[in-house]
Ligand binder design. Structure first.
Ligand code: KG4
Ligand code: ZN
Length: 358
């Protein structure tokens, strides 16, 4: 029987999170989850400040881990392995979580499993839903905007990515320009509810080009020109938010349609904070059904950064043995494309080099 109980730690952006998860014959049970968000610390700056994030993680990670363990009703001796996000992300925060995990592993004699944060997101639909491989993942958050083909554990292809801003970042930038607060996505969505999505003609960058890469920086520039040209009334602000949200939804839906056309499976998963946006979900839902596919959106707490997905990735690796040797020497990686994974784990691609470079 394949069984693993894993502690997961996530500190790559602005949430300090820990979770204990049991994986039994492919079925995940979350025994406990603790998340401490830093939104309040970053709100005055309209975005995540890396140094503030690193300090906040350093202040609280040990207590968050302690709470998760206590809430699970287990003792460290009951845990089979400790998994921590080891990149990509804001490196100061990544190092805090990774070093916490390594120290606990060293002290307890349990294995340490370094996890690619993007692998956590890629596996996140499997936390709750019956979501067998393969599936197509659209990861849309403040830091990422990527299409990833998920064929199996450690078997990913990044099919396209934003060439500049992530979609969530685009929402945050508009909210900052309009003084709507941080995080910007929910604020823009609320304003957009009373606006006309055709009120402003905004660009849909890269739709005229083949491929699955995306771009959102031009959208922000177009909006900033409108905002600088003349003060906007309440209604005009709502119209701009609605037009902007629709432009992002259109870009994601057109690219998702293109991705599904070239994909042999029939599941589209959307994850990341932007997956909370109703207009975007509806656009993706329509696209999926046009292609005979179903849209799976994990519950929001597992769409956004969380430690359960890191624990799940750790547990899947633990039961399958896909762990490189000497993980205590693994160095934190600010950048770590997901498709490096296959080349480094599969011996056919020269495997076993995952910890070799930062
Ligand atoms: O996944 P997440 O919590 O953190 C990372 O960036 O990793 O995503 C946060 C992003 C922010 O940019 C936020 O503005 C955006 O997700 N977001 C939304 C909504 N809720 C959160 N964007 C659009 N509509 C929303 N309802
Ligand atoms: Zn993330």
């Amino acid at each position: 029987m394949a069984l693993a109980t894993v502690l997961g730690i996530e500190t790559s952006c602005d949430e300090t999170a820990a979770a204990v998860l049991r994986l039994e014959n492919g079925v995940a049970t979350i025994l406990s989850e603790t998340v401490r968000s830093q939104v309040e610390e970053h709100a005055p700056y309209g975005g995540v400040v890396p140094e503030i994030a690193a300090r906040a993680h350093a202040d609280i990670t040990d207590r968050v881990v302690e709470t998760a363990l206590k809430d699970s009703g287990l003792d460290l001796s009951d845990i089979d392995a400790i998994a921590a996000t080891s990149g990509p992300g804001l490196i100061g925060g990544v190092m805090v979580g990774m070093m916490t995990g390594k120290a606990m592993a060293l002290a307890s004699g349990k294995p340490f499993i370094p996890i690619n944060h993007l692998e956590g997101h890629a596996l996140s639909p499997r936390l709750a839903a019956d979501c067998p491989f393969p599936y197509l993942l659209l990861l849309v958050s403040g830091g990422h905007c990527q299409f990833i083909e998920v064929r199996g554990l450690g078997d990913y292809s990044r099919l396209g990515t934003t060439i500049d801003d992530a979609a969530g970042e685009a929402f945050d930038k508009l909210a900052k320009l309009l003084g709507l607060g941080f995080p910007g996505g929910p604020a823009v969505e609320r304003m957009a509810a009373g606006g006309n999505p055709k009120g402003y003609a905004l660009p849909r960058p890269l739709l005229d080009r083949p491929g699955l890469d995306m771009s959102f920086a031009g959208l922000k520039t177009a909006a900033s020109r409108i905002i600088e040209a003349a003060p906007l009334s309440e209604q005009q602000t709502a119209d701009l938010c609605a037009s902007y949200q629709t432009a992002i939804a259109d870009c994601l839906a057109v690219k998702a349609a293109r991705a599904l056309a070239g994909f042999s499976g029939d599941r589209l998963v959307v994850a990341g904070g932007v997956a909370a946006n109703l207009a975007i979900r509806e656009a993706l839902e329509a696209t999926a059904s046009e292609h005979g596919a179903s849209l799976i959106a994990p519950p929001l707490r597992h769409c956004t950064d969380n430690a359960a997905m890191i624990a799940l990735a750790g547990a899947e690796r633990h039961v399958s043995g896909k762990i490189e040797p000497d993980t205590l020497s693994f160095t934190a990686r600010p950048r770590w494309p997901l498709d490096e994974e296959r080349a480094s784990v599969d011996p056919a691609y020269g495997g076993g080099k995952r910890g070799a470079k930062a």
